[in-house]
Ligand binder design. Structure first.
Ligand code: FAD
Length: 497
């Protein structure tokens, strides 16, 4: 192995890239993350779901960092939407899956949130190189397997870097997603455009919903109104295809005109000033953002986050899909690197589960854009697309909180946290000699992991938790299930893995 040989090379340092890199590095693997920009950098996607905050961020170990960051607490959403002329509100706490502290997510300034995730990746052992652009992937001529990337650093010099796996987490502007094969299929249904900027001094919803996302439909589309701090609000118009011409010409004029056409948002911004300087001073446009790649992986290369797919901003599913797909990809990589399950089986599981989660949101959102329905009809649709035994409103809240996949890793902090603690203790006994073994750690890891009696571990954890570890049933015949630590796949017959 040379200095430029890694177990995993991750392209992109957004939420998806930082998450997958961290979850693989936490297993002791050698991970390099390449990010084109120097952080902090601006990004849209500020409204988070409980599954990200209390599921993924907990596993990453940054819950306390998020608390310290004082992000705006988000209890749910308030919608002026559909046939009901009055705004209606939902709270994440309506679902048993998001009980207690997990009933609150955050609205985040992405410059700060993404920095926390990237700093944490560094702390957990990921080598991070900023201002380094990936221009292509490298393939092994004999096997056609992707085995590295071609980069261009700040000095403009091109270099080759090798990795057993390359993860494309470089978002919607990915330069390498086509190398997985197949095409990026743009949605026939979601052909919207977003025009957005920032305001200071906007009104807030009454307590306790001050931090809710406010979504207000009007005849040309809908607005998001996201309180980022007490002062700062992110405001964006999402225009339907038939209204795209309203974003033409001067952007400021267009945004202000659209605000004037939506009485609720106009009222909330009546005393507000548009931010005109710094990273929030620009009025931005995003279009062509609803797509899905035909394939998500090929040997040696995996697509996750926006590099693979994105649906639509309504209900803030973007960072959830990005971080959940990062978890699924990390499980697959960790499992293959440890040995025991083959690459195809692991990545088919990744793709199947990722597509299922995408499809749940996609199918629900198509129905949600039917403005002639009222909220009860939307709740019914959520129950239908998730095939949920819970009530209609709970099914809806579970879905829009990111909890419909029935992943303990995403929705059950209490239970998962206890399980995690018990497992970490046992895993530490394996990790220490592995670290001391230096270069031969992979071999030794496999050896040691095997030598820990699976049945023994399983009984200890079950005794500690007083619960069955078999709760996660496979999603297809012969499919894999998450391991007890949530970071690998297991065969259903051997759940501790
Ligand atoms: P990104 O956040 O895009 O990160 C990709 C990273 O890769 C970037 O840092 C980039 O600099 C880097 N990169 C790119 N190319 C290269 C390269 N060649 N080499 C190295 N690095 C590279 N989601 C929500 O959850 N909530 C919301 O409220 C929300 N609102 C949205 C509103 C709009 C209008 C849109 C379009 C999207 C919204 N989203 C929202 C979606 C959200 O922005 C994305 O889903 C999320 O940022 C995806 O994370 P990611 O890590 O996959 O990609």
């Amino acid at each position: 192995m040379t200095n430029d040989d890694y177990d995993v090379v991750v392209v992109g340092g957004g939420p998806c890239g930082s998450t997958v890199a961290t979850l693989v590095a936490m297993q002791g693997h050698r991970v390099l993350l390449l990010e084109k920009e120097r952080f902090p950098r601006y990004q849209i996607g500020e409204s988070l779901l409980p599954s990200t905050v209390h599921g993924i961020c907990r596993i990453l170990g940054i819950e306390e960092d998020l608390r310290q960051a004082n992000f705006m607490p988000k209890r749910g959403g308030t919608f002026r939407w559909g046939a009901n002329p009055e705004p209606w509100t939902f709270s994440f706490g309506l679902s048993a899956k998001f009980a207690g502290e997990a009933a609150t997510a955050y609205q985040v300034e992405r410059m700060r949130f993404d920095q926390i995730l990237l700093d944490n990746a560094r702390r957990k052992g990921v080598e991070v190189r900023e201002e380094t652009s990936v221009v292509d992937v490298l393939t092994d001529a004999d096997s056609d397997r992707v085995d590295g990337v071609l980069i261009s650093g700040a000095d403009g010099v091109r270099r080759e870097i090798r990795g057993r796996f390359v993860v494309d987490a470089s978002g919607n502007k990915s330069r390498i997603h086509t190398r997985v094969g197949g095409q990026r299929r743009y949605s026939e249904f979601f052909r919207n455009l977003a025009l957005f900027g920032y305001f200071e001094g906007g009104k807030r919803l009454p307590a306790p919903n001050r931090g809710n996302i406010l979504a207000a439909a009007f005849e040309a589309g809908w607005f998001w109104y996201i309180p980022l701090t007490e002062e700062l609000t992110s405001v964006g118009a999402v225009l339907l295809p038939e209204a795209l011409d309203r974003a033409q010409g001067d952007r400021e004029r267009a945004l202000l005109d659209l605000i004037a056409q939506c009485p609720l948002i106009a009222e909330y911004l009546a005393d507000a000033r548009r931010v005109t300087e710094g990273p929030y001073g620009e009025i931005r446009v995003r279009k062509d953002y609803s797509y899905i790649q035909e394939k998500f992986w090929r040997p040696g290369l995996v697509l996750a986050g926006d590099a693979a797919c994105f649906i639509d901003p309504v209900f803030s599913s973007g960072v959830h899909l990005a971080t959940y797909s990062a978890l699924l990809a990390a499980r697959s990589i960790n499992t293959v690197l440890r040995g025991g399950v083959d690459e195809t089986t692991c990545f088919e599981e990744f793709e199947l589960r990722y597509r299922r989660e995408y499809a749940r949101f996609h199918d629900f959102l198509v129905a949600f854009y039917d403005m002639h329905q009222d909220e009860n009809s939307y709740f019914w649709k959520a129950k239908k697309v998730t095939n949920n035994a819970a009530s209609e409103v709970e099914s809806f809240v579970e879905l829009v909180g990111g909890g419909s996949s029935n992943e303990a890793a995403l929705v059950a902090p209490g239970r998962y946290g206890r399980r995690d603690a018990a497992y970490q203790e046992l895993a530490a006994a394996v990790e220490q000699p592995v670290r001391e073994a230096g270069e031969d750690r992979d071999l030794l890891r496999t050896e040691l992991a095997r030598s820990v009696s699976k049945e023994g571990t399983r009984i200890q954890i079950q005794a500690e938790l007083g619960e069955s570890l078999d709760e996660n049933a496979p999603v297809r015949d012969g499919g894999l299930v998450p391991s007890a630590d949530g970071l690998h796949w297991s065969m259903p017959s051997e759940p501790v893995g």
